[in-house]
Design a binder for this molecule. Structure first.
Ligand code: MN
Length: 150
């Protein structure tokens, strides 16, 4: 079946026939209160997917790294991100680049959820979680130590 040309927004940050999925269902991942919506996944024309993630107030994404990269744009709320050793304050419409093999984590800081678009390669490796040694190394930087949630 041909993908739809127009997908209307049904509610704020929700779209027609786009399921709202719980982020990562496998056990052993560290995350809190995240939903994922795959907005574009057109294998015939693109090697990438566009997803929309929403982190509830006070929630955070998994601290992870992997071979694939992310390109992110904040479209709702505000938050903070860690990219390798950099702790970044995120405002609406900011862009974040997550290069391959960099530790990254997102947190919602405001009263509203933190919502962001994320471009990713369709074929990608599985995220790796930090080992105790990785965590010790990350925590050697006080700003990083106070940021990370595992
Ligand atoms: Mn990631």
């Amino acid at each position: 079946m041909r993908p739809k040309t127009h997908i209307a927004q049904t509610d704020p940050f929700r779209w027609e026939d786009v399921p709202v999925l719980a982020y990562k269902e496998e056990k052993g991942t560290h995350f809190k209160s995240i939903t994922r919506q795959v907005l574009f996944d057109d294998a015939d024309h693109f090697d990438t997917q566009l997803r929309y993630f929403e982190i509830a107030p006070g929630g955070h994404s998994t601290l992870e790294r992997h071979d694939h990269a992310h390109s992110v744009m904040v479209i709702r709320g505000s938050g903070r991100a860690l990219v390798e050793r950099e702790v970044i304050d995120l405002a609406l419409h900011d862009l974040v680049r997550v290069p391959p093999q960099t530790w990254h984590q997102f947190q919602a800081t405001g009263a509203e959820p933190l919502g962001f678009l994320c471009i990713v390669r369709r074929e990608r490796d599985k995220p790796a979680l930090p080992t105790e040694k990785d965590l010790a190394s990350l925590r050697s930087d006080p700003a990083v130590a106070s940021f990370i949630r595992v």
